[in-house]
Design a protein around this ligand. Structure first.
Ligand SMILES: Nc1ncnc2c1ncn2[C@@H]1O[C@H](COP(=O)(O)OP(=O)(O)OP(=O)(O)O)[C@@H](O)[C@H]1O
Ligand SMILES: [Mg+2]
Length: 474
């Protein structure tokens, strides 16, 4: 039972109330007890002084014992206390308790000793004979400035303890019980407001574990639990999206793999029929070679992506290198292909040393991909421009062409895996739509950024920036 937060919270509140009420009652009872004992003492002192004044007139020379005893009895009845009058030696001259009293005996009491010394003596103690708390007060009897004896009063405190303090105790107990019921109820209610969202979260997490990834828990508050719920919902959406992307990726990849395989299958079948004709056979074999090359390219792109996903937190080795030299090398390597396609190359470098921390192979792959696209999507007679320059903190590279361009609604999508603007044309060109997504991920790994600008029918420019080595953050 104590395992639940609700039970623990409720119990904590109950203990708190008990502790508070306990402390209050101890202080309150103590204060009241002291107050009433003081009050009782003062009353008894006044009564004792009154008795002493009256007794004084009967203790001039010879003490008038009978009168003193009768007076003690009368006073005792009035003030509800035992009254004893003693002489200077402590011998009892009058006792309100006639039967079994102390009459004629010497009474030795510290209070009487104090009174005979001219002071007021008092005490509170437990009386064995009465089996209850009693208060005793003694005052001197003065005759013409002389101490002639003392008046000793003893009264039960039972009334105070039974009635007054008992009543207060009962009041505190009732109040405590009421507070407990109320607080117990409120605590349970409050605990419920805490635990309900947590229970919701647990249930949703259980659902997700069972495979039901779409979870949307109502956010009931703006506190920490509310924030947790909000984050949980975001996490659920993210997991759902990642899962969707993964499924889509597998479906796309399978589709892309199946297309050339089906073509190869058909070509092999047809080859059997046209086995006699060497010209057709040669043509078919060429096609089969083309399709297998496509498969190899696709699989190597897929492997690149798998490697990138795996290395998301792990970098491939990077070394300081001169970006300008690297780009110059790649451009030189493709320049003959550019010419062969009847295009002109416009290469501009505005600096000859731009140091970056990078993986040379990966940067070459990015540049080759961009140039490959520019070549694929630009008709003869066009121009391919490559530009490299340095900014204050970063190196800036642009690969532009005067090709078919990309419609603005597709401009961001071209960086998605398998996305191709014109599927038929791209496939004809041997593209699978993975090149740019690989490029962007590679640049991101270098803490850089990649984006594109394009005008349909006029051409496209792909940009990327890389942080320069001496200002790199880490
Ligand atoms: N320079 C460009 N001009 C016009 N369209 C482009 C250009 N570069 C990319 N695209 C469009 O963006 C799409 C995605 O490019 P991406 O490089 O990712 O794939 P691909 O070139 O089709 O195939 P892959 O690079 O995987 O062989 C292309 O299919 C094409 O439609
Ligand atoms: Mg490409």
């Amino acid at each position: 039972m104590l395992k639940s937060i609700r039970a623990r919270l409720t119990l904590t509140y109950i203990f708190l109330i008990l502790a508070v009420m306990g402390v209050i009652s101890v202080f309150l009872l103590n204060m009241l007890e002291n107050y009433y004992l003081d009050y009782q003492k003062e009353t008894m002192e006044n009564s004792a002084n009154l008795v002493a004044e009256i007794a004084a007139s009967f203790m001039h020379r010879e003490a008038e014992l009978l009168i003193l005893s009768t007076m003690a009895e009368d006073m005792a009845r009035q003030i509800n206390a035992r009254v004893i009058i003693v002489d200077r030696q402590g011998m009892v001259l009058g006792d309100s308790q006639r039967v079994g009293g102390f009459f004629g005996r010497i009474l030795l009491r510290p209070e009487i000793d104090a009174a005979l010394a001219g002071e007021t003596g008092s005490s509170v103690q437990y009386s064995q004979t009465l089996e209850q708390q009693v208060m005793q007060v003694a005052v001197p009897v003065m005759v013409e400035g002389d101490i002639r004896g003392a008046v000793f009063l003893s009264a039960s405190l039972q009334n105070i303890y039974d009635n007054l303090l008992g009543m207060v105790r009962r009041f505190i107990i009732t109040a405590t019980l009421l507070a407990l019921v109320l607080v117990g109820f409120l605590a349970a209610l409050m605990a419920k407001t805490f635990t309900t969202p947590i229970e919701d979260l647990t249930a949703a997490a259980r659902q997700m574990t069972a495979g039901n990834l779409k979870q949307d828990i109502p956010v009931r508050s703006e506190d920490e639990i509310g924030q947790l719920t909000r984050q949980f919902n975001l996490m659920s959406a993210k997991v759902l999206e990642t899962n969707r992307q993964l499924r889509e990726f597998v479906a796309n990849a399978s589709h892309e793999l199946r297309t050339p395989l089906t073509t190869i299958n058909l070509l092999v079948d047809s080859l059997r029929d046209f086995d006699e004709d060497p010209k057709i056979r040669e043509e078919f074999l060429g096609d089969i070679h083309g399709e297998t090359q496509r498969l190899i390219d696709l699989v190597s792109d897929l492997l690149d992506l798998a490697r990138l996903d795996e290395q998301e937190n792990k970098k491939s080795p990077q070394k300081p290198l001169n970006l300008v030299e690297l780009i110059r090398g790649v451009v030189q390597a493709v320049s003959s292909r550019i010419e062969r396609q009847g295009l002109t190359l416009d290469y501009r470098e505005q600096s000859d040393n731009l140091p970056v921390l990078a993986n040379a192979d990966e940067l070459k792959q990015v540049l080759n991909n961009l140039l490959d696209n520019a070549l694929k999507y630009t008709e003869g007679g066009g121009c391919i421009r490559v530009e490299v320059r340095g900014g204050a903190r970063e190196a800036f590279v642009a690969v532009a062409d005067t090709g078919c361009g990309i419609p603005s609604e597709d401009l961001e999508k071209v960086f998605e895996r398998f996305y191709r603007v014109d599927k038929a044309r791209s496939r004809e060109q041997g593209g699978t739509g993975l090149g740019l997504s690989i490029c962007r991920e590679l640049i991101a790994k270098h803490e850089g950024e990649m984006w594109a600008e394009s005008q349909e029918g006029k051409g496209s420019t792909f940009y990327f920036v890389l942080p320069l080595l001496d200002v790199k953050k880490d």
